[in-house]
Design a protein around this ligand. Structure first.
Ligand SMILES: [Zn+2]
Length: 416
């Protein structure tokens, strides 16, 4: 048996402790005491809170961070990203993902949704880093697409993820987008999603051009198109949704699908408008937050991202009361979108949590939620625990020099 005890932490207005045995929270509240043999964390001066959930990223794109910056989306993909990605091996992806996990741990993310090549190497990296992920091999149809990119390959990939990687890793079907995957392939994805009870993770309505092209090719807008193919349901995770209209958002809500918004990536790639959060909220859509890949953000810091989202929505609506801190906090912790699989901070749940250092000057003397959303950033997080295992304490994470060296080596080769 291994046990972990936390004492002296702030939760809302109380001082609490937490005890976990073999990775499950057994006690949470005032008066929890450390027992002989427990690993003990003294959390005086710190707030305890759930881990953050990154609902959309391409972790190994850390390898391409800063490569082809300041280009329009399609030119950036076609002239820089796709040619560079074609050179990546599974081992490269492993180290790129390790760097992403390191950055995510150091900014409080305990679970992320990934879409990237060599999904089993991604899974291996996540397992070694100690956090949680739903990984997905992109399904893409073009000449010279990498091995494993066909929807027919997905069943085998999902089975291997389930059998080899344990409970911290799950799999998804990840058709890249409606403009890179055919109608037949999307129908097959919908069938496989039903057969495996697996999520569908897809980019949708990121640019105005995508919507125009969809209407020209299929006679309807993107959400209706997905719905027609049977690919819009409670297991569907839509990344972006920037150009969705109110009637499409109503259908997304009716089907129980989730939208993950990525404000920094959208602004960096200049997609032309803000995600229509007020309409999505009014329609009752489940909303998550993502960073997107490090090539288009360029950081994976969700505390920076939630501030970007809150400010963008206030600015775009002309309403300072839009997306207040408690609602923003629900989004960044994954509570607003249950399909993202966040771990609640409750007795009986897996032991995942953060300790935020409330003695940091940028957080004093604000109340926790205000501090976390508006003046916090990754470095405000002191301690990260996943599955009862301390992954960062006093901002120290194991194995950093090797990860940095391997990534530098790979990046230099790939960009040459
Ligand atoms: Zn993306």
């Amino acid at each position: 048996m291994t046990a972990l005890t936390v004492t002296g932490a702030r939760l809302d207005d109380a001082v609490v402790g937490l005890r976990a045995v073999d990775g499950t929270i057994t006690e949470l509240g005032p008066g929890v005491a450390s027992q002989a043999g427990d690993e003990h964390l003294d959390a005086r001066g710190m707030a305890i809170c759930p881990g953050l959930v990154n609902g959309h990223t391409h972790a190994a794109m850390t390898l391409l961070r800063g490569y082809g910056g300041d280009l329009p989306l399609m030119e950036w993909l076609q002239t820089r990203i796709w040619p560079a990605e074609a050179k990546l091996t599974g081992e490269d992806v492993y180290w790129g993902t390790r760097l992403a996990c390191l950055e995510m741990i150091r900014s409080g993310t305990t679970r992320f949704w990934d879409m990237y090549w060599h999904q089993h190497d991604v899974a291996r990296a996540v397992l070694d880093a100690g956090i949680r992920s739903t990984v997905g091999q992109p399904i893409l149809e073009f000449d010279g697409a990498p091995e494993g990119a066909r929807p027919q390959d997905a069943s085998e990939g999902l089975a291997r993820l389930r059998d080899e990687f344990g409970s911290r890793i799950t799999g998804s079907l990840s058709p890249h987008a409606i403009y890179t995957v055919s109608e037949d392939a999307l129908r097959l994805v919908a069938d496989l999603s039903a057969a495996h009870d697996a999520p569908i993770h897809i980019h949708l309505a990121e640019t105005r051009q995508e919507v125009t092209d969809c209407v020209a090719a299929h006679g309807c807008r993107p959400v209706e198109y997905l719905d027609r193919l049977g690919a819009l349901h409670e297991r569907t995770i839509i990344a972006h949704g920037v150009w969705l209209e109110p009637d499409e958002l109503a259908l997304v809500a009716e089907r129980g699908a989730t939208i993950v918004t990525n404000p920094s990536s959208n602004m960096k790639l200049a997609v032309g408008r803000a995600f229509p959060y007020p309409h999505a909220r009014d329609a009752g859509v489940a909303i998550g937050l993502g960073t997107d890949g490090a090539a288009s953000n360029n950081a994976l810091d969700l505390l920076a991202e939630i501030k970007a989202l809150a400010l963008l929505q206030k600015h775009a609506s002309g309403d300072p009361a839009m997306l207040p801190a408690p609602d923003a906090w629900d989004i960044v912790t994954g509570r607003h979108a249950p399909a993202l699989g966040a771990t609640p901070l409750e007795v009986g749940e897996p032991c995942d949590f953060l300790l935020v250092d409330m003695e940091r000057p940028e957080l004093v003397p604000a109340p926790f939620l205000d501090a976390a959303v508006y003046s916090g950033a990754g470095p405000s997080v002191d301690t990260v625990v996943v599955d009862g295992r301390v992954l960062m304490r006093d901002r120290h994470v194991e194995g950093v020099p090797e990860v940095l060296a391997r990534v530098r080596e790979t990046a230099e080769r790939v960009r040459r």
